[in-house]
Each structure stands twice: as C-alpha cells, then as structure tokens.
Write a protein that binds this ligand. Structure first.
Ligand SMILES: [Zn+2]
Length: 270
C-alpha cells in the first residue's frame, strides 16, 4: 500500500539491480597447471595485490558477490525466499552428483528456478558451505542477480585451460594511474616499502596490499622495476617475500622453543 517510492525497485526487479562496487569481491581463478606449479614450488607464486592470497602471478580474477551480500539482496526482494536441494540422497541429506556438485531449487516470490553449485576445490565442512553459496549464486543469476559479473566471468572460459594471453590486470586497468604524479609514485613506493618491512605478521601484509592497491597497480605499470627488479633482486615484491620469510622463520623458531624455557632462564646452562 506504500507506493510513494515509485522509483525504488522491489521484488524480482530488485534482483536485477547491479551490486555496488563495495559488495563485489575478487576471486582468484588459477588454472590447474598454475596451482600445481605453485604447489611444487611456492616461490613460483606471489602475494597478490588484488586478493591478498598467495598464488601464481598470472592467475585471472573474477568478480563475484559474496554470500552475505547476496542473502541481503534476496531478503530485500522477498523476506520469505528459500532454497531446497533438488534431490535427497539415501542418508536424507542433499544429494550430490558424481562431480560433487549439488542442484538446488531457489524460490523467490513463488517463482522457482534451478541452480547448480560445487565446492570450488574446497574440502571438509567448508566444501558444503561453498557448494551452497555457489548454487545460490548460480540460481540467483537465473533471476538476473549479478548477471553482469557472470557474463564477464564466462568470457574467461573454463578453468582447466591456460588463458591465451595471460593478462590478469585486464579487469583493473589502474584508472588512477594518470592522477598519480611521478613524485607521488616515488613517495608511495617508499611508504609501502617501509610498511612492508615493519609488518609483524602476514595478515598485516595483506592489509598493506589491499590499502595500497591502486598505488601498487600504478607502480607495476609505470615503474615495474620498483615492483620487481629480477636482475638486481630489488623492489617491493622481493622486499615483501623476504619479510614473509622472516615472519615465517620467526614463527617456526617460536613454535619450536621449549615453552618452559621462558623468562628467568639465561644462557644454555653450561
Ligand atoms: Zn589474487
């Protein structure tokens, strides 16, 4: 009865509204070959400035909407929305197909559409949660939710193929680049270097990368050797990797120390 806000979309129409940028996350999509390469030798990977994870430098990222943002949108469209598995197995739990995927029925405003999700390589209890989230995203896409992101993702094809021209930065072409002066670029690099060198744990490093994303992308484009100078072994990337190694070595040492060898015990007793 409250049709004052005629401009505001509701119901099924609301599901088609694009998501605001801050609700869109970056999902690394490594090929099988990239994953194997880094698994064999972790130094083949790098700390990614886009998603903060450790992976092969040429991994492509996809935009996706997280579970919370999608649930929020579904609730706004229809507080009574629900999903159920398409089939149950003999144990009474949602049935999985031979690939470990699950079909679901998503109902919004009495309209039901099917969706399919898999565990995206996750294992254990996280696999189930991932499967549900993935199936919901897929079914909600059939209602038009985040459709623009899906069409972009489809362009990248299947994940077992190497990208033809590996250009992971394609989606984020550093739009801020022209706005950053050379002086600012230099200051930015120095500041990031200092922050990385003083980071005490890996999560701080991830925060530094995320907070300085635009600057790092600009550095990679305009002064790639400040990011990584392979001949000299200098740059922000080697600095960060060295710091991560130090942090890990310190952690290892601390974990291996005898917990009873605390304060008050000086020297080795000889
Ligand atoms: Zn990444």
């Amino acid at each position: 009865m409250t049709d004052k806000k005629t401009q505001v979309k509701t119901g099924l129409e609301l599901l088609r509204e694009p998501f605001p940028q801050e609700m869109i996350s970056k999902l690394p999509k490594p090929t099988t070959a990239q994953t194997e390469e880094v698994k064999k030798d972790y130094k083949k990977g790098e700390r990614c400035s886009i998603c903060g994870q450790w992976h092969h430098p040429k991994v492509v990222h996809l935009d996706y909407v997280g579970h919370a943002a999608l649930t929020d949108r579904l609730l706004d469209a229809d507080p009574r929305w629900h999903w159920e598995p398409l089939a149950l197995g003999p144990d009474g739990l949602p049935a999985l197909d031979k690939d470990g995927g699950m079909w679901i029925k998503l109902t919004v405003l009495d309209m039901t559409r099917l969706g399919y999700g898999d565990a995206q390589g996750k294992t254990g209890p996280n696999a189930t949660k991932e499967r549900i989230g993935d199936a919901l995203r897929n079914a909600a896409m059939r209602f038009g939710a985040a459709l623009d992101l899906w069409s972009k993702a489809d362009l990248h094809g299947d994940d077992d193929k190497e990208p033809k021209t590996p250009e992971p930065k394609q989606e984020t072409p550093a739009p801020e680049a022209p706005a950053i002066s050379n002086e600012q670029l230099k200051d930015g690099a120095a500041k990031i270097k200092a922050e990385l060198e003083s980071a005490q744990d890996e999560s701080t490093i991830n925060v530094i990368l995320k907070n300085n994303h635009a600057m790092i992308e600009a550095i990679k484009v305009r002064a790639p050797k400040w990011w990584n100078h392979p001949e000299k072994g200098t740059g922000l990337l080697p600095t960060m990797n060295a710091r991560i190694n130090e942090i890990n070595a310190f952690e290892e040492q601390r974990n291996s120390e005898n917990p009873f060898d605390g304060e008050g015990v000086q020297g080795n007793g000889k």
